[in-house]
Design a protein around this ligand. Structure first.
Ligand code: MN
Length: 394
């Protein structure tokens, strides 16, 4: 019996297991992309899986699981199909024999430019924190105005690497964690990517100071139990008061400080854990700016405000575009209560920063990115202007 003369092919079982890797991303993309766009991302996945097929992650998984995870992160932020294609292919020029020209021929100039931008960012080495802060930083930010998506892919790349840091050698783990805290956290902060910043900080802290992280998380867990009753009591008093004032539609949520910000505050102010942690913090989200000020009046009526602690970031937004009213109240049993008040729109910007522009696109025709790009460019321009006029403070 003779064997048929066919070109060597990937065996079917391997194709099947490859396809199963894509399922998570597909499920995310089906929430907001057209079938044709998902197919394009899928084609990028097949191309990337083939290019990286000889490589494995330290965890032993096929390498493509990493760029796929990066695409998944960007999918939850509702990025356009072109950005997702570039996210899946972000390491092919750096790590495989695929060239920029091939990428442009297969997926177009825009994808090639994005991947090239990420590759160049990866190659910048920061000699020191001071240098990175002083000159490269501003230049980089300015260069990014051309296409902020390059930096967003890089940040998502770093986030996934931080999530999977456990597989690295301890010395490498510490170096990457240090770099994350020194370079990527400030960038995420400038771009207003608050949810991403908080995760990067907590992962960086855990990797850099595992013992301190463990002690502090245990302290938090213990303290949390003791607080629950007071949190519930304050929350229901606020809800009741708002109801009486005709502001019943406001969403009141208790929130907790993140571990890294507790650690930093203890260090910077030389305070014991209990003093930093014993602050009760709430966020109140409403529909309109007018309601923000009415809610402020209502809570000041309920508990006395601490003098000098009120800040109006609605009238004067922070340099990264953040808007909210902040106030501190004298709560029951003398506990301080920090309150943030903002609209749904402001809440979205507070969590996702510049990425909120993609999140927000909703009903818009997602094949046309012009609107988003225009808004993002305007946003970047205003951020840079505010940073200049504010003397670069954030
Ligand atoms: Mn990567």
């Amino acid at each position: 019996m003779s064997t048929p003369h066919t070109a060597p092919q990937t065996p079917p079982t391997e194709i099947e297991s490859r396809e199963s890797l894509f399922e998570g991303v597909r499920a995310e993309l089906e929430k907001y992309l057209e079938p044709g766009q998902i197919e394009m991302v899928h084609r990028a996945f097949l191309f990337g899986a083939e290019a990286h097929k000889e490589q494995k992650r330290r965890s032993g998984e096929p390498y493509i699981t990493h760029p796929l995870a990066v695409a998944q992160i960007m999918g939850t932020m509702r990025f356009d199909a072109t950005t997702l294609v570039a996210a899946i292919l972000h390491d092919v020029v750096e790590d495989t024999s695929v060239t920029k020209e091939q990428l442009a021929a297969e997926f177009g100039e825009e994808v090639m430019e994005l991947v090239d931008g990420v590759t160049k960012l990866t190659q910048i080495t920061f000699e020191s924190k001071a240098q990175a802060e002083a000159e490269n930083f501003r230049k980089m930010l300015l260069a990014m105005v051309r296409d902020i998506r390059i930096m967003l892919i890089k940040l998502a790349d770093r986030l996934h690497n931080m999530r999977t840091l456990g597989f690295m050698r301890p010395d490498k783990r510490r170096r990457i964690a240090r770099e994350t805290l020194d370079i990527y956290v400030p960038i995420a902060s400038r771009l207003g990517l608050n949810a991403m910043r908080l995760e990067l900080e907590d992962l960086g802290f855990a990797a850099l100071y595992p013992d301190r992280h463990r002690v502090l998380s245990e302290a938090i867990k213990k303290a949390r139990g003791n607080r629950r009753e007071i949190v519930t009591k304050i929350e229901s008093s606020i809800v009741e008061r708002l109801g009486l004032d005709g502001l019943g539609s406001a969403r009141v949520q208790g929130r907790e400080k993140h571990i890294y910000s507790i650690y930093q505050k203890m260090r910077q102010k030389g305070l014991p854990f209990s003093e930093v942690f014993d602050v009760y913090a709430f966020r109140i989200v409403v529909d309109t700016v007018d309601m923000c000020y009415r809610v402020l009046g209502a809570v000041h009526n309920l508990y006395k405000p601490v003098p000098g602690r009120f800040k109006d970031y609605i009238a004067i937004p922070k340099a990264n575009g953040y808007q909210s009213l902040h106030t501190v109240l004298f709560g029951p049993y003398g506990v301080p209560i920090e309150v943030q008040i903002r609209t749904e729109d402001m809440d979205c910007v507070a969590e996702a920063g510049v990425a909120a522009h993609w999140l927000y696109k909703g009903g818009e025709d997602s094949s046309n990115n012009f609107g988003t790009h225009f808004r993002v460019r305007e946003w970047m321009r205003s951020v840079l202007e505010m940073q200049q006029s504010a003397g670069n403070s954030l």
